[in-house]
Design a binder for this molecule. Sequence first.
Ligand code: GDP
Ligand code: ZN
Length: 465
Amino acid sequence: MVALSTPPGAGALAVIRLSGPAAMGITAAVFSKRGLPEAAGHTLHYGTLRDPQDGAILDEVVVALYRAPRSFTREDVVEINCHGSDYVVRQVLALLLRQGARLAEAGEFTKRAFLNGALDLAQAEAVADLIAADSALSHRVALNQLRGGFSQELRDLRGRLVKFAALLELELDFGEEDVEFADRPGLARLLAEVRGVVAGLLRSFELGNVIKNGITAVIAGRPNAGKSTLLNALLREERAIVSAIPGTTRDFIEDEVSMEGLRFRFVDTAGLRDNPADEVEAIGVRRTRQRVRQAALLLYLFDLSEMSPATVHAEIQELTAGLALPVLAVGNKADLTPAASQEAFIADFQAHQPGSATQVPLVLIAAEQQRGLDSLQTALLSQVRGSTLENTAAASIVTNVRHARALETAAAHLAAVQAGLDAGSGTELLAADLRHALAALGEITGEISSEDLLTSIFTEFCIGK
Ligand code: GDP
Ligand code: ZN
């Protein structure tokens, strides 16, 4: 099989990759340098590609050879480094297809690597995550998974449970006779431990999601509070429309900023007003409330010179009624307010906190002057850390929905084993639940897999991966 492995479009170089027993032979048939099929693996060869039919030279290339099993797919692999024009790439691909290669399907290189035992399923999925990683943390998590950290943790868990499962199966083999090979209190202790690890991994999924997909922070507040100015300051580029006419930002403008390895997606919203001036604005306000409901964090922005602390608390409560949402109150235009008034405001704001359980942190800034943005960043990070980062005791972080679902299934079956032990259930029931739990854990790394599962995973990949 063959595919372009670099992104389509013009570039200095493009890499076309072949994998399979015929890879060397097909390449040799169009390559100027002799002796390619006999060359050692892990070597580079410079030459020209020519069409054997008319002798036309297509490109000057460097060919990298990898011999089975020392390659990504564990098969013979050839990587042709040619010039990165769409035309050249298309011609080279067509030439290789005429020699008997076929186009690879999406994710087929990684799928072969999995089927040939080079990677387990969780590692194969990490390849996709690694390619997509765009912050330091998501990169680190994907790399740990690719290198097998997560898989090892799962294998350890399974290994310990398998021992007990085997003893329970042995009891079943003895049938009528009332024998207990598996030490029940020992099983209970092991179960408690394994369930703890599984629960920790499940909790890490929340954080994993944050790392992989970013944190959506909605910036809401009255018109003219300075929402667009703040978004611009955060993004350090002129993306949102800033204007002195209230109610200008009607559509959502959002962008991503990476802070200390965490990705924030800031959404600038239409201004909130009780009596919107026109219908378009009214729709905007309704949609703002909707966005707040979907957010992971609310940044409530207000004009410090215009609002009383009591009003700020009241508006935040109205926006977040019924939601368990971390909120940050941000007083803007601090440049227009004397220091003494600022201090009085802070004291009054603290005094008006609605209840001890819902302390809203307050930060004062001047968005236009880019002042106070560091404190804002610190407050943002600590809000997020408080709600998600803290509860990750697990060594690995789960970022994949499929893994989380399998862990949930395993957790449910492990709970059933526990309940069975507590109720003194027969060996048969215990063994069945344990088998299901093991199957769920095995699905994550692909020790147990179906063709459907593999297809659904690998078609998510792009062609050439
Ligand atoms: P939005 O409607 O909440 O998006 O508000 P804008 O970002 O469009 O800003 C409204 C007005 O307030 C603009 O004229 C800004 O220049 C001004 N403004 C924003 N931030 C500050 C600030 O920190 N200090 C002062 N003095 N004016 C600001
Ligand atoms: Zn705006």
